[in-house]
Design a binder for this molecule. Structure first.
Ligand code: C2E
Ligand code: MG
Ligand code: MG
Length: 605
């Protein structure tokens, strides 16, 4: 009997079956080999990616002098460099898996969390308080780099820097400390923190050189941006600048649109960093508009013999010099100083005769009454168009004129010209304010010059306001007598830039004063700064209790205008209402300025 197998083997078609089986085996083997090849290639790719990724992480960590923390999507630490544990208050405990926001002050979490969740591929800089084991808070500046889209890194990378100037004294209020050191809009260290850091570097070991770059950004008009949009611009700028920094550079907020970078290296290094940062500034889109930003920079080195205040002043001088050369310029302090001295020499020489050559003129800036909604006065402001240097600011040339008796001649001409222009206007209630320098008052010529101007123009004395600075009131008795004479003939006296130079309020009592002009300083950042708001209220209350009207100078944004009106401020002057007007545009501009109180659509061009 044939076995079943034999039957099978002997069955017809056996040879065909054998061929089929062989084919199936070969095909199966081919599939296995292909799968293995694919797996092997993927493994190689993954190994390569891992190697590259590890290399990238190593580069990231090594290239930073600051502790680096790497987070996964759930904001848990996957890697932390050596010093990070100590900075985050976690000592030597294992950091992997710790949720980074748990170490941060509850009030700072939202801002930091927002930056961490951004997902924009951008950098953001935030300052946050981080808990320390002994219960105090350490102020840490965190630059968040979103590299989740980067195939080599695929994570959030945090560069953390301790920006506490020193350990706070026991019992010091860390919230106050943080508020005092952080710019509320950008989260960057503010000017106080900057001065602290400059002092530390100055006192620190001399084995490294440092330089400073001050970046001045311009091109946005607060008049056309809401406070929210302005904050967006400042934050976007912070982000752009942070990306252009090297790990060893330190960014802080300066005043207005300025930023300051402390650069580890020579002045040439600072120049390179500054040029790179200036080049990153360009057009910037907000939700409603595109802002054409430009930047310039001033650089200087930090030397142990120069204190922080002087260091900042030098960088500022270099910045101003760069501004005069136009967008994109980077100037060194030394060159700027030389250029400044040369320029001052030229201006000083050319000012003599500028009046006779017809290079001086007056422009007029309206002061509006927010209650009556009308322009009540205009301030005469001197302008000099230099034949070669173009428009020169009175901030620059008036102090030069004050160095010589020239200021008395110029002041006499200003009085005459201002009174003539006001008298020619078809508005018998509009006053004109004239700035009078201390030297002019001291010369003893003020009273006869005012009388001559009033007589020549036939302007009523009640329509003339003489603006003096606080220091003039502290001068000798004859100055006070002269001001008293002017008041007796009906001319009013205003104290200009009020609030900047006072040491005591007592001097105001019994002084020949009719009006206070609050300095623009109090309005810088007033929307965000409670102490400046308090000062604005205090000056108004002081005026009210002394029976003196207060004019607020420097109203530039609708938000500030609303804030001042809510406080009860009535007399307002500033670019929002009207820029200074040329004499021939004065009559029309005076009407438009009051209209600007009602909304931006009627703001004077
Ligand atoms: P000031 O008397 O305090 O004049 C106000 C200055 O603030 C003016 O600068 C004006 O253009 C500017 N200003 C007005 N509104 C705003 C604003 O909203 N924002 C900003 N950022 N600035 C605003 P200007 O014309 O450059 O004059 C500067 C200073 O030069 C004057 O300060 C005054 O101290 C002096 N000055 C001007 N004209 C004369 C003059 O005829 N004689 C004397 N002795 N000094 C003058
Ligand atoms: Mg003035
Ligand atoms: Mg002023």
């Amino acid at each position: 009997m044939r076995t079943a197998r034999g039957a099978l083997q002997g069955a017809p078609g056996w040879t065909d079956n054998k061929q089929v089986t062989t084919a199936v085996l070969v095909a199966g083997l081919a599939v296995v080999l292909t799968v293995q090849a694919v797996l092997w290639r993927r493994q190689r790719r993954l190994a390569g990616a891992l190697r590259r990724s590890q290399n990238s992480l190593r580069t990231l960590v090594r290239s930073s002098v600051d502790p680096v923390v790497i987070l996964d999507d759930a904001l848990c630490i996957t890697f932390a460099s050596e010093a990070a544990g100590e900075l985050l208050g976690l000592g030597t405990a294992p950091l992997a898996g710790v949720r980074v926001t748990d170490t941060v002050h509850p009030d700072d979490r939202a801002a930091l969390f927002g930056a961490l969740q951004g997902g924009t591929g951008e950098s953001a800089v935030r300052t946050a308080r981080v808990r320390q084991p002994e219960g105090r808070w350490r102020l840490v500046q965190i630059t968040v780099r979103d590299l989740r889209g980067d195939p080599d890194v695929g994570a959030l990378v945090l560069h953390c820097r301790d920006v506490s100037p020193s350990a706070p004294a026991p019992g010091a209020d860390s919230e106050l400390l943080e508020l005092a050191l952080t710019d509320p809009v950008t989260g960057l260290p503010n000017r106080t923190a900057l001065i602290g850091r400059l002092g530390l570097l100055q006192r620190g070991p001399r084995n490294r050189s440092y330089a400073m770059a001050q970046i001045g950004v311009s091109g946005w008009d607060p008049q056309t941006l809401s406070p929210g949009e302005e904050a967006t611009v400042l934050r976007a700028l912070t982000s752009r600048l942070s990306r252009g920094l090297r790990a060893e550079d330190w960014l802080a907020r300066g005043t207005d649109g300025d930023f300051v970078v402390l650069v580890q290296g020579t002045i040439s290094d600072a120049e390179v960093v500054a040029a790179r940062l200036v080049a990153t500034i360009g057009r910037l889109a907000t939700s409603t508009t595109t802002v054409p930003l430009t930047a310039v920079a001033g650089v200087g080195s930090l030397t142990p013999d120069v204190d922080p205040g002087e260091t900042l002043r030098r960088a500022d001088l270099a910045l101003r010099s760069a501004r005069r050369s136009g967008a994109g310029s980077v100037h060194r302090y030394d060159d700027a100083l030389r250029a400044e001295q040369d320029r001052r020499g030229v201006l000083r020489a050319d000012l003599d005769g500028a009046l006779d050559r017809g290079e001086l003129r007056l422009v007029f800036q309206p002061v509006v009454d927010a209650v009556l909604q009308r322009t009540v006065s205009v301030e005469a402001l001197l302008r000099w168009r230099h034949p070669v240097l173009g428009e020169v600011s009175p901030m620059e040339f008036v102090p030069l004129a004050e160095e010589s008796p020239l200021i008395v001649d110029i002041g006499r001409w200003v009085l005459l010209e201002a009174c003539r222009t006001a008298a020619a206007l078809d508005d018998a209630e509009l006053s004109v304010a004239v700035n009078v320098s201390a030297r002019q008052v001291r010369s003893g010529d003020l009273v006869p010059d005012v009388l001559a101007a009033l007589e020549d123009s036939r302007l009523s004395p009640a329509r003339l306001l003489v603006e003096i600075t606080e220091s003039v009131l502290l001068d000798d008795a004859h100055v006070i007598e002269d001001l008293g004479v002017l008041r007796r003939i009906g001319v009013r006296i205003a104290v200009d830039d009020f609030g900047t130079g006072w040491s005591s309020l007592a001097y105001l009592v019994g002084m020949p004063v009719d009006v206070l002009k609050m300095d623009q300083y109090f309005l810088a950042g007033v929307e965000h700064d409670p102490s400046r708001r308090a000062m604005c209220r205090a000056v108004l209350q002081l005026g009210t209790s002394l029976g003196l009207p207060v004019i607020v100078e420097g109203v530039t944004t609708p938000a500030t205008l609303a804030l001042l009106r809510d406080m009860g401020h009535r007399y307002l002057q500033g670019f929002l209402l009207s820029r200074p007007l040329e004499a021939d545009a004065l009559a029309a501009g005076v009407q438009l300025a009051a209209g600007a109180l009602r909304g931006p659509e009627v703001v004077a061009p």
